[in-house]
Write a new protein. Structure first.
Length: 280
C-alpha cells in the first residue's frame, strides 16, 4: 500500500540525544495547518516510554509529560467551523454525597493549552491553574449545580442534564451548537447538540468544561467537609472510597448523602435513623 507523504511510522522516529539533559527530542514532520493532525497518535502512545519529552515542531520546542503531549496533539479545537460552540460536561455524577455540578464553556477558536485534558487526567494543581486560565480566556463560561435532594427526586441522569441546562442558561453569549460529553442529552431549547463519548478528551471546549465543573465541585465539597469531617470529603470528594464507606458504617448518612443511591447493604436501617446519624 502506498504510504502517505506525512505517514508517521516508527522508522521515521529520530530521537535526538544532543541535549545536555539527554531528554529525547521527537522531531515531527512539517505539514499543512498547525501540524498536529496525524494518523500515528495511537502508535505514538504505545511507542513512547520516557516520562518527559521535548518535541521539536516546525521549529518550536515543547516540553511535555507523555499525557500532556498526547493531549496537546489530540484535542480538537471545534466540531464544526460555522456555529459558535459551547462545550458541556458534569462532575460528581457517581458520588455518594453532594450535588452534581456542570459547566458550559465557549472558547476562542484558537485556544490551546498544553495542560488541558479531561479533568480526570489532570493533577489537582494543574486543574486549579487551568481553571483561572479558562476563566480569563473564555468568551463565556458558567457553572451550575443540582443538589442531592433533587438528585433523589428526579434521578442522577436528569439532574446531570438539568445542571448542564442551568449552566447554559447562565452563559453571557448564546451558543449556536452544544458539544455534550457522553452519549445522551435532553435537547436545550432550539440549539442543536452533538453527544460525544469521552468528549472531554477530544475537544478543547468540553475539556475546559470538565475542568471547571470538577474544580468548582471539589471546592464545594471542601466546604461540606468542614461540617462533616469524618467522611473524608476533603480527599474523596463524596465518591464511594473505602474511607467513605467505612465512615458510613460507623456514622451513618447525613443530609448531604444521596438516599436514592445504594450506599451500604443495610441502607434502609440507616435511613430509619437518619435524624440521629445526621446530628453527629
Amino acid at each position: 500500500m502506498k504510504k502517505a507523504k506525512n505517514d508517521f511510522r516508527q522508522e521515521n522516529w529520530q530521537p535526538d540525544h544532543s541535549l545536555a539533559s539527554a531528554i529525547p527530542v521527537l522531531k515531527l514532520p512539517r505539514s499543512q495547518g498547525d501540524g498536529l493532525k496525524y494518523p500515528f497518535l495511537l502508535q505514538f502512545s504505545s511507542m513512547v516510554r520516557s516520562p518527559l519529552y521535548t518535541v521539536s515542531l516546525n521549529n518550536f520546542v515543547f516540553n511535555f509529560s507523555r499525557i500532556c503531549l498526547f493531549s496537546f496533539l489530540m484535542l480538537k479545537k471545534f466540531f464544526q467551523s460555522t456555529l459558535t460552540e459551547a462545550g458541556c460536561d458534569e462532575a460528581g455524577r457517581g458520588c455518594y454525597a453532594g450535588p452534581v455540578f456542570a459547566a458550559a464553556v465557549i472558547l476562542p477558536k484558537n485556544f490551546r493549552h498544553k495542560l488541558l485534558n479531561d479533568s480526570k487526567q489532570v493533577t489537582p494543581e494543574n486543574r486549579t491553574e487551568l481553571r483561572y486560565i479558562i476563566e480569563e480566556k473564555a468568551i463565556s463560561y458558567a457553572v451550575a449545580s443540582v443538589d442531592n435532594g433533587e438528585i433523589d427526586s428526579i434521578n442522577i441522569l436528569k439532574a446531570s442534564f438539568k445542571a448542564m441546562h442551568l449552566a447554559i442558561d447562565k452563559l453571557s453569549e448564546a451558543p449556536g451548537m452544544l458539544l455534550i460529553d457522553g452519549n445522551r442529552f435532553y435537547k436545550y431549547k432550539n440549539i442543536p447538540h452533538e453527544c460525544i463519548i469521552k468528549g472531554d478528551g477530544l475537544y478543547t471546549s468540553i475539556a475546559a468544561a470538565s475542568i471547571l465543573a470538577k474544580t468548582y465541585r471539589d471546592e464545594y465539597m471542601l466546604q461540606l467537609h468542614q461540617e462533616y469531617p469524618f467522611y473524608g470529603w476533603n480527599n474523596n470528594k463524596g465518591y464511594g472510597t473505602l474511607e467513605h464507606r467505612k465512615a458510613l458504617e460507623q456514622y451513618g448518612i447525613c443530609k448531604y448523602h444521596r438516599k436514592s443511591f445504594r450506599l451500604l447493604p443495610d441502607q434502609l436501617d440507616l435511613f430509619s435513623n437518619q435524624a440521629t446519624s445526621c446530628s453527629i
